[in-house]
Design a protein around this ligand. Structure first.
Ligand SMILES: Cc1cc2nc3c(=O)[nH]c(=O)nc-3n(C[C@H](O)[C@H](O)[C@H](O)COP(=O)(O)OP(=O)(O)OC[C@H]3O[C@@H](n4cnc5c(N)ncnc54)[C@H](O)[C@@H]3O)c2cc1C
Length: 432
């Protein structure tokens, strides 16, 4: 059965969330920009805790998680509909308990954590009381994890970690890190790497500097270069068993990628809203911008691009709920990841152009969206790598032609068709 309608009860909840985000949460982006991942000061706590409480009262806190983990068990499709609203604001995901990278990290803790690990890390993470960081990329290369050299060596019932990690988002404000490390260099990296849970205050975890994105002052930013120097952790710090890092990474990144896509819908929609308002407000060369054919094309192209993207994201989320296995949906998650930067880039760029000089100024959020689109083409893996994944998955459904001629080669097909209908063809010729 195909159905594109939202259940009316849930739609009511979404309508509430839409109003709540616009009125109560978006202002936080203006008064406390870039502070959503930092520990709460008493002043911020008063506001933020109250907002979180109102979300909980509506049953919208961490909705994608199962009830035993404090969520509603709504799954990915309902999260997608909610995330489209939250994507408008940097603070909203934190207020609703579904922010990156913590959702992905919570997911692998829920999936692979021991009861002790869940109690120590997952519970407070879900309560929104602490943040986490995923520490995988290394300075010498991120797209290819087989290049990683950060190493853990066993010492009795402990492991000692040494190496460098780069772009570990939120590490400076996180309470713990999930670190991907080589534990056995003698086997393939697919079996020789493990995930470790490392509290950020463990001796030897040195955050060398925080790298910022474009627009952030040098030395400030959320993406840490970390030196792990003789970091000693017990056996119980291994997540999901020795040698399981690749399997865990796939679970981790599958969820993270689709959640970014859901939020991107909200951001792109915001850009279209801005473009349309401007088109109806600005008059030049004898008419409104909205009457110019090129501007109309900007609006139509943006709507078409967003609608296609949205349907792809919702369909992919629906599949994740249906199969409950990211591996089965890998092709479409990678497809979403591939298109996402272009959709946001194109729409934000057009909206920016329609705003003229104001559009590229620091008085509008449009340039930040364009930069954000570039980030989406790198974070969680570069577009090129995901295209390879999509192509490989598609090619699995095909095989080579039997001989030098393609199976759709017309002379052979025509010959086969003629042979099949030979009796009728002879009759036709006889009747001429
Ligand atoms: C905002 C942001 C947040 C991030 N957060 C985290 C985080 O929390 N934790 C973490 O571990 N990492 C994080 N990353 C790092 C991210 O995962 C890496 O940047 C990404 O995997 C690419 O690695 P790299 O930057 O080393 O580029 P490289 O691996 O050096 O690749 C550079 C370029 O080479 C090309 N390329 C690479 N491989 C291929 C290929 N197979 N085929 C064709 N072309 C290819 C692509 O154009 C690619 O962009 C973050 C990155 C950003 C931008």
């Amino acid at each position: 059965m195909w159905d594109f309608a939202t259940d009316p009860d849930y739609q009511q909840v979404l309508d509430w969330a839409d109003e709540f985000v616009r009125d109560e949460v978006e202002p936080l982006d203006l008064v406390w920009p870039h502070l959503q991942y930092t520990p709460l000061t008493p002043a911020r706590r008063t506001v933020v805790d109250d907002l979180k409480q109102r979300v909980r009262a509506k049953g919208l806190w961490a909705t994608h998680l199962s009830p035993d983990l404090g969520g509603q068990g709504y799954g990915q499709l309902k999260l997608a509909l909610l995330n489209e609203i939250l994507g408008r604001s940097s603070w909203a995901p934190v207020i609703f308990g579904c922010q990156a990278p913590d959702t992905g990290n919570a997911e692998i803790l829920a999936h692979y954590g021991t009861p002790e690990q869940k109690e120590r890390y997952l519970r407070p993470l879900l309560d929104g009381e602490l943040f986490s960081s995923y520490s995988m990329t290394e300075p010498q290369g991120g797209a290819d994890p087989t290049q990683f050299t950060t190493r853990a060596v066993r010492d009795g019932d402990h492991w000692v970690i040494n190496g460098w990690k780069y772009f570990s988002s939120n590490a400076s404000t996180a309470s713990f890190l999930i670190v991907m490390v080589v534990t056995n260099p003698d086997v393939s990296p697919y079996q020789g790497m493990s995930m470790f849970l490392v509290p950020t205050d463990t001796a030897g975890v040195e955050i060398v500097r925080d790298v910022g994105l474009h627009g952030e002052p040098e030395g400030q930013g959320g993406h840490a270069l970390i030196h792990y120097r003789d970091v000693r952790v017990p056996d119980s710090a291994v997540l999901g068993g020795e040698g399981q890092a690749f399997v865990i990474a796939q679970t981790r990144l599958g969820g993270g990628r689709i959640h970014h896509a859901m939020r991107t819908i909200g951001l792109a929609r915001k850009a279209i809203d801005m473009m349309c308002e401007r088109a109806l407000s600005r008059r030049t060369a004898g008419s409104l911008l909205a009457d110019k054919q090129t501007v109309q094309a900007y609006i139509a192209d943006s709507y078409a691009q967003l609608l296609q993207f949205r349907l792809l994201v919702l369909y992919t989320a629906w599949q994740i709920d249906k199969y409950n296995d990211y591996k089965v949906v890998r092709k479409d998650i990678a497809t979403v990841k591939v298109v996402m930067p272009t959709v946001l880039h194109d729409i934000a760029w057009r909206a920016m152009q329609v705003h003229g000089a104001l559009g590229v100024s620091n008085e509008m959020p449009l340039m930040a969206m364009v930069t954000g689109a570039a980030v989406l083409g790198l974070a969680d893996g570069p577009t090129e790598v995901h295209k390879t994944t999509v192509a490989k998955q598609i090619l699995r459904g095909y095989s080579a032609s039997e001989d030098v001629w393609p199976s759709e080669w017309l002379p052979r097909k025509r010959e086969a068709a003629r042979a099949r209908f030979a009796d009728h063809l002879e009759l036709d010729i006889g009747n001429l």
